[in-house]
Design a protein around this ligand. Structure first.
Ligand SMILES: [Fe+2]
Length: 410
């Protein structure tokens, strides 16, 4: 790190860390403790876990004089890094009434002071710079999770409290007719190059064979999805994958998660609102996205088709930082509205090498039984979105902002 990169990194460190706390400003301490299902982590746990990540993988490894604030935190706030030691069970995170919210803020300050000292002292250390950048990208992933998780937590409360009643939820403009654009086919380069930050699962850049295809210029809207529902989409077994049909029947799915029984209202971060017909449909599982595509006479794009199309489109608008936090604008863009299901299973690229040591557990060990999603959502920071970014979810998960883009053969 040169002097200038040191300053830039310290500045970015302060900014990302400050946003995590800013996201909790509208919450009461009681809100931050609740775990509404095993997939959801309490707000308080997110704030502590991202701090533990810096403590465990940066400070303990690179700052010999660092003293841990509390030894129990190494057990409480490890998520899934078995090679780093034992951990508190994920489904029991909601039982952690202690440490208190204030104690976790104090933990954050303790680690921040040590981190900023380390950044200052270790100018010119490229490996350390990568590690800290990884930690900041990790924190941005958890900022997104913090918001999707608190949305689920609040939705489970019968009084339906808003995360922020002041949130702006503008009416979406009419999206226009759905059109398809032919994408590049043949042997195409896929994945991240050496420029800029990427997670290990985006590499190595490699050649992939892409069949002739066309991809939709915009996302599927709530009105379009409602037509699928009204046409009996959830009752026609022939539209569904076998596991999807089993999930429909097991869970009694009849609409996207957060829609009311009569399909008029949906729970949002601003509280219950009328479903905006022109906004992209969101909170649907892979199974629902796949069934909708079949009903519409199309299919989901592969992750390669998606990446080739997205590369042509700039990352615009940052709903997270503009305070909208809803899927309401920019339906025609590839980034920052909803994560988009692809038809691609989440698997390693040819020649994939996980990061060395415990950080190798970050992505690689989840490459089984999950589907790749692309694009980032309205609660993803803009500087955390890129065309090669691969996130992944189990096909029945719905609590993230997950939506549908269609593709078809040509
Ligand atoms: Fe994490």
């Amino acid at each position: 790190m040169t002097n200038r990169t040191t300053e830039a990194l310290a500045e970015r460190y302060r900014r990302v860390r400050a946003l995590s706390l800013a996201l909790t400003e509208t919450l009461a301490p009681e809100d931050t403790v609740v775990q509404s299902m095993p997939d959801v982590s309490p707000t308080k746990w997110h704030l502590a876990h991202v701090t533990w990540f810096f403590e465990r993988f940066v400070l303990q490894a690179h700052a010999p004089s660092y003293i841990r604030l509390n030894d129990t935190y190494d057990f409480l706030f490890n998520s899934y890094y078995y090679t780093a030691g034992q951990m508190h069970a994920r489904p029991r995170r909601g039982l952690l009434s202690r440490p208190t919210f204030d104690e976790i803020v104090h933990y954050r300050q303790h680690v921040d002071e040590a981190m900023l000292r380390l950044i200052e002292q270790r100018q010119g250390d490229g490996k350390l710079e990568f590690l800290i950048t990884l930690g900041l990208n990790h924190e941005q992933q958890h900022q997104e999770l913090l918001l999707t998780d608190i949305k689920h937590v609040l939705s489970c409360n019968p009084i339906q409290p808003a995360f922020d009643p002041e949130l702006t939820v503008p009416e979406s403009a009419s999206p226009g007719e759905l059109t398809f654009t032919e994408g590049p086919s043949g042997v195409q380069p896929i994945g991240a190059d050496a420029k800029g930050f990427s997670f290990d699962n985006e590499t190595p850049r490699h050649d992939a064979l892409v069949q002739p295809h066309a991809i939709a210029d915009r996302l599927v809207t709530n009105d379009e999805y409602r037509a699928f529902i009204e046409n009996g989409g959830y009752r026609k077994s022939e539209l569904w994958l076998s596991d999807g049909w089993a999930a429909v029947n097991e869970h009694g799915w009849h609409a996207p998660l957060y829609w009311s029984e009569d399909h008029k209202m949906e729970f949002t971060l601003a509280g219950p609102r009328y479903v905006d017909g022109n906004a992209p449909v969101t909170h649907v599982s892979f199974y629902e996205a796949d069934a909708y595509a079949r009903w519409a006479g199309a299919r989901l794009p592969t992750e390669f088709e998606w990446e080739l199309a997205a590369r042509e489109n700039p990352v615009k608008g940052n709903l997270l930082e503009s305070g909208l936090l809803q899927t309401a604008s920019g339906i025609g863009q590839f980034y920052g509205d909803v994560w988009e299901w692809t038809s691609s299973p989440y698997t390693p690229y040819p020649g994939f090498k996980p990061l060395a040591g415990s950080l190798g557990e970050y992505n690689g060990k989840f490459m089984s039984n999950q589907m790749t999603v692309r694009g980032g959502s309205c609660v993803t920071s803009t500087d955390h979105i890129r065309a090669t970014y691969r996130s992944f979810f189990y096909p029945d998960q719905r609590w993230q902002f997950l939506g549908i883009r269609l593709a078809r053969e040509t």
